[in-house]
Design a binder for this molecule. Structure first.
Ligand code: ZN
Length: 617
């Protein structure tokens, strides 16, 4: 006997026989999985037919059965009501307490209600779903609304934040269906106002970020099929983002040059492998197809594809969406989120804009040496002395090191968010880019957003690509303090007089004279770098005892265009006057056939028409 529901029978009747399942839950995820299965059938006609039939089933049942709710669905479930009443009593106890100052009282209320909010929300959802509440079922299906919306509807917003993300210490314990009192109404109005403001500002913020990412990555055009580099970056083999990349070194019996698919990845499981990456591509301009790897549509990208822009767009698209979700939460505050500090959009924005005051920055060792002491600082927090340098760690962060530990400059020695600018400064362009890629992806993942590592690699290559010249003997046509693009230096760099070659182990304490794997020219070889290179099977590196005549420098995404050697590219960025004057002083030219679309676009737009009519060219 078949034990099922009418709905299941109706839906299964339109499915092909082998896909029928009378106990399948068709929420949003279930429908996604089902349509994916259908698409896998490789029968477009069947797919079209089934989808159309499903649509008709939906139509028919909406007309005959209807999707409706009654007043009963607006009642707060009993169990939740008990929990809510208990919370209200606790809030009253705090607000009437004589021993607290007003500030302490507010903080206590926020902490109390904030701590309970998600618990009550979950209880409500479970209870309402069990009792067949129409709204809860709608949330469960994933079609519309979230648990938080159910909370507002049946319990109350509990806490809202204002336009500056400060939580208002006035808990809203009445639901929209019950109606709120004037004080709660005003508090709620702040939340609504925040929602309105979010629509205005957060879309533009997300748009601005998208623009910056595109500016930084826009020269990452595919310029050749294969740059034939042997360099790669170390990655764990089971990272699903490896699918479509090319092995740069033999691993687990697979030769270098193997394109990784799901089968290869299963075979290499548990190993650290070295794969080709935009970070280590040695193409003259832009990137090569092999280092970029197989793209979404299948196959290596073609010469001329602007994969940098695509990458920047696919990353910023996700970000815009999370920014917009704030608008839909109508200012409801999530206490847990507040406690975690800078994250999500703000963190990603911070990583790209690299402000002078990096919020919640982790402390990074500024020098090599042994940790001499870890002591309490008089202002709170702790001092960590490495060699002769004293590092300060703010009170809320844990210290990762203890006296006697050996650290290298660039090591993260406390909790917090590592500032990419500092990582690049101490660890070099190459290692900094890789670290940036990982941090950036983590920031996305924590928000529940998937972000393909290879897209981030493309952005990282464009973004972290500058060095500051430190010596008169610097690269051609540069003066000390000039900021120039690293890729052009790498391309033209000739190893200096006095460089040596040897095993990575021997080169510790020296500076790399040739780039190797993810490490760029000028990277100071530490024990860890040497070990990393040995693990990757590198037997010989080229090094010099002196640092090269430039130091790595991370510039803000906004400024990448203004540092371009091509004067027309600069015109698409900011600080136009400065850029134009500097270009005139240095006699900078422009390259219409280069990887940037900007000079070509300007030419097409008729830039310089005036000059032509005056016979200048
Ligand atoms: Zn390449």
């Amino acid at each position: 006997m078949l034990n099922t529901t009418t709905g299941q029978v109706l839906i299964n009747a339109v499915l092909p026989e082998h896909l029928r399942d009378y106990s399948r839950v068709l929420d949003k995820k279930g429908i996604d999985a089902l349509t994916e299965q259908l698409a896998d059938e490789k029968n477009p006609e069947l797919y079209r037919k089934v989808m159309h039939a499903l649509y008709s089933v939906g139509h028919m049942s909406a007309q005959s059965g209807g999707a409706s709710f009654s007043l009963y669905d607006l009642r707060t479930p009993v169990g939740t009501k008990v929990a809510l009443d208990k919370l209200k009593d606790q809030v009253t106890a705090v607000t009437e307490s004589d021993t607290l100052t007003p500030d302490q009282r507010e903080a206590a209320v926020v902490k109390l209600v904030g701590g309970q909010a998600s618990k009550i929300e979950q209880q409500l959802y479970d209870e309402a779903l069990k009792s067949g509440n129409a709204f809860a079922q709608q949330v469960h299906s994933g079609s519309r609304g979230k648990k938080g919306d159910l909370r507002s509807l049946l319990v109350g917003d509990l806490l809202v934040s204002d336009h500056k993300d400060r939580i208002i210490p006035m808990p809203i314990t009445n639901s929209y269906s019950q109606g709120v009192d004037p004080a709660q109404f005003w508090a709620g109005a702040y939340g609504a106002r925040r929602g309105t403001i979010a629509t205005k500002f957060q879309t533009s913020q997300a748009g601005f970020l998208a623009k910056q990412l595109s500016q930084a990555a826009h020269t990452q055009v595919v310029t050749s099929e294969d740059c034939e580099t042997s360099r790669g970056i170390p990655v764990p083999a089971d990272d699903p983002d490896n699918i479509g990349t090319v092995l740069s070194a033999t691993a687990g019996g697979l030769p270098a040059g193997t394109v990784l698919g799901p089968r290869e990845i299963r075979k290499l499981k548990g190993k650290t492998i070295s794969v080709r990456s935009p970070l280590t591509c040695e193409a003259n301009d832009g990137v090569c197809g092999r280092c970029a790897g197989i793209r979404e549509k299948g196959g290596f990208p073609e010469v001329g594809d602007n994969i940098g822009i695509t990458a920047a767009q696919s990353l910023s698209e996700r970000l815009s969406q999370t920014q917009l979700s704030k608008k839909h939460s109508a200012g409801r505050a999530d206490y847990a989120e507040e406690a975690q500090g800078v994250q999500g959009f703000d963190l990603i924005n911070q990583m790209v804009q690299v402000p002078k005051a990096f919020r919640e920055a982790a402390t990074i060792a500024r020098t090599d040496g042994t940790v001499k002491s870890v002591s309490e600082a008089p202002q709170g927090g702790q001092f960590v002395v490495v060699g002769d340098e004293q590092h300060y760690i703010p009170p809320k962060f844990k210290v990762f090191v203890k006296p006697g530990d050996r650290v290298d400059a660039g090591d993260v020695i406390s909790e917090g968010l590592p500032n990419p600018m500092e990582l690049v400064k101490y660890r070099g362009i190459g290692a900094g880019r890789l670290e940036f890629t990982n941090l950036f992806r983590d920031a996305f993942r924590k928000q529940g957003m998937p972000a393909n590592r290879r897209n981030i690699e493309l952005v990282a290559r464009g973004l972290i690509n500058h060095v500051r010249v430190t010596d008169l003997d610097g690269p051609n046509n540069t003066l000390p303090d000039d900021i120039v693009e690293y890729t052009s230096i790498e391309r033209n760099y000739r190893p200096r007089y006095g460089h040596r070659k040897g095993m990575p182990k021997i080169s510790v304490g020296n500076y790399l004279e040739r780039p190797v794997n993810q490490y760029s020219i000028g990277t100071r070889v530490t024990k860890r770098v040497a070990k990393d290179l040995e693990n990757a099977g590198i037997i010989e590196v080229s090094y010099h005892k002196d640092p090269p005549p430039f130091v790595p420098q991370m510039v803000r995404a906004m400024e990448t265009l203004t540092m371009s050697p091509d004067f027309q590219q600069r015109m698409a960025g900011s600080y136009l006057q400065k850029g134009l004057l500097e270009s005139v002083h240095r006699g900078r030219s422009s390259q219409i056939s280069g990887p940037s679309y900007i000079p070509g676009l300007m030419r097409g737009k008729g830039f310089g028409d005036k000059l032509k009519t005056h016979g200048v060219y």
